[in-house]
Design a protein around this ligand. Sequence first.
Ligand code: FPP
Length: 249
Amino acid sequence: MIAKETLLQQLPQDLDRARLPQHVAVIMDGNGRWAQRQGLPRIIGHRRGVDVLKDILRCCKDWGIGALTAYAFSSENWGRPLEEVNFLMTLFERVLRQELNEMIAENVRIRFLGNLSALPESLQKEINRSMEATRDNRDVRFSVATNYGGRQEIVQACRAIAEQVKNGSIEPEQIDESLFARHLYTSDVGDPDLLIRTSGEMRISNFLLWQVAYSELYVTNTLWPDFDRQEFRSAIGAYQKRNRRFGKL
Ligand code: FPP
């Protein structure tokens, strides 16, 4: 039997190559519930969630989608039980170590968005190593939001700009949307065209607050561990039916 993934290795014919979203963001919700529904510990859901993310990243490469941004750990997630937080930190580190060669081979550039200085040092080391080793890769720009909060991102941008005004390198009149966007973590990937959220919740949850101003939203009831290429195709199909007006007529 051919695996489901193999069937959708190429861009499905019902999708229009010329109108693919160039940047997709995902809120990967539902790992814990997926595991609990099967009587398994929540961490099993996170493990499975990594496999799904890997396949969606590969799918972006296969279909020609140039940027993927995933919400892996929000600044509010520190409030989870210590055991789960520790598991996630160790998981991120292990994934980076295991997948680095594959990312290099697949021409994927990985970056991390968020307040990285609060992460365990050994994880920061892996993060820096993987960002450095893939910095010139161009096929897919993969961003992982880790210890990320949208409001915090905006506040740190304000601070950096205020410093520049204070030291006289810019005038307040020079602050406009494009200058502001250059101070966000996403300065080199820009705004997502499509934001996908799994597990049915209709919330942005402090993710890319500035950047999603005109993104198309797609919410599915599917839990992240069950999300697959078929679902990704549906999300992109729905996106291609939308009429993006950016506030105009
Ligand atoms: C939310 O499920 C999902 C997470 C906390 C993300 C876990 C991270 C990954 C799957 C990817 C890590 C990737 C890299 C490259 C380091 P939840 O626990 O909120 O589920 P629930 O809503 O059912 O409780």
